[in-house]
Write a new protein. Sequence first.
Length: 252
Amino acid sequence: MIDPILLGKSALVTGGARRMGRGIALALARAGADVAITFRDSRTEAAETAGEIERLGRRTLAVECDVRSEDSVRLAVAEVVRHFGRLDLVVNNAAVFESAPLDSLTLDQWDAVFETNARGPFLVAREALPHLRASKGDEGGRIINIGSLGGMHAWAGHAHYCASKAALHMLTQAMAKAFAPEVSVNCVAPGWIEMGELSAGSTAAQAGHFAAKTPMGRNGSVEDVAQAVLFFAAGPHFVTGQILAVDGGLGF
């Protein structure tokens, strides 16, 4: 069933083919938005997710895009705008996660994480900005970045990931000031989220450990994250520059 809170809006979710991005894309579609997703390697999953969006009665588009590449981002955003005729909302979800000891971390590992997690959202937001500024109505355009609890609390075995997400949190606040008043920019920072499969480098024991440490007594779900995204997508446009932890209290 469509909840029309975003009816008439069009959205772009990077990395929207699977896992958390898929859940966000479907939540936006259920809220009435037409939703484009980008993918890099997950062509089959992208087609499946696009099919699910269509079955919800919304227009959709699956675009191959490498968010690390300026040219690829430019072409992808242009294709989305041509397809929908407008762009009102961007969710910068595409990201990479890696575990590695800091004292043996290579420059290539460091750069690979920052290229996707920090450069990617910058490129996508910059390219989408003219279209978001043209978004009609009192609501205005929206950018929602997907950060991480790791950008707020240091994890020794994930230093490059944590640093990249901390950079994205600061970029969120810088963009919120730079792109105001036409565009609001906020960030959802998930804690441990269960996605039907274990995260890279994690174990069932670790998942249980974090659930036991979480005041709410469980790990988060993709739907928890998607609902937080919907708050920023449809809530007051006056709310901007915020970093919202979706962690069940784990980060307290």
